[in-house]
Design a protein around this ligand. Sequence first.
Ligand code: HEC
Length: 174
Amino acid sequence: MKSNLTNIILISFIFLGLFFWNEAQSDTTKPLNVKPGFYFKMKIVEKGRSLVKTFECNDCHTAGYLQSKGNMPEDQWLTGESLGWRGPLGTTYGVNLRLLIDSLTEAEWVEKSKVLASRPPMPHVILNAMSNEDLQAIYQFIRYLGPSGKPAPAYVPPGQEPIRPPATIPKPPK
Ligand code: HEC
């Protein structure tokens, strides 16, 4: 009887352990691997990652992120979105932030973010109001991820049709 109880307790602990181990596997609960060049910056990189999560930059700047309910490997984060937002001001696309950050110094990024006035639905007021420390953290996180992907499609003014790849236009029946 006693050994039965011990077994039950043991098995429960194993399951609990498995549960927490599994939890720890999900992206943002697991600390990032240290990359060369970021040895002394990992604290700020982790802060940037958490800010990017909090302000949901991926929702519009990562293709497929919303559809996957946020279940996307971090190496695909912020590589841009080819699905456009059409409104009275034209059609806009969530730009590839991995390439953008690669082309800017940290100081340039901070300066740009403070005065950024993008078209909808970019919530640029969030960036405008951020502290230098938070903007630097976002910069370092995106730099840590590194440049990747292609540029998102360019903005299309109102009244013009976005250019679609020819392959998606079906041929009329003969
Ligand atoms: C609701 C969707 C949405 C969210 C959320 C969002 N963005 Fe954007 N963002 C866009 C779109 C669309 C554009 C392109 C706007 C344009 O063409 O003027 C853009 C443009 C930008 C630009 C300007 C790029 C340039 O070269 O001018 C930056 C920088 C940027 N976003 C950063 C961020 C960051 C950082 C976050 C998270 C804090 C974020 N965005 C959250 C949709 C979004």
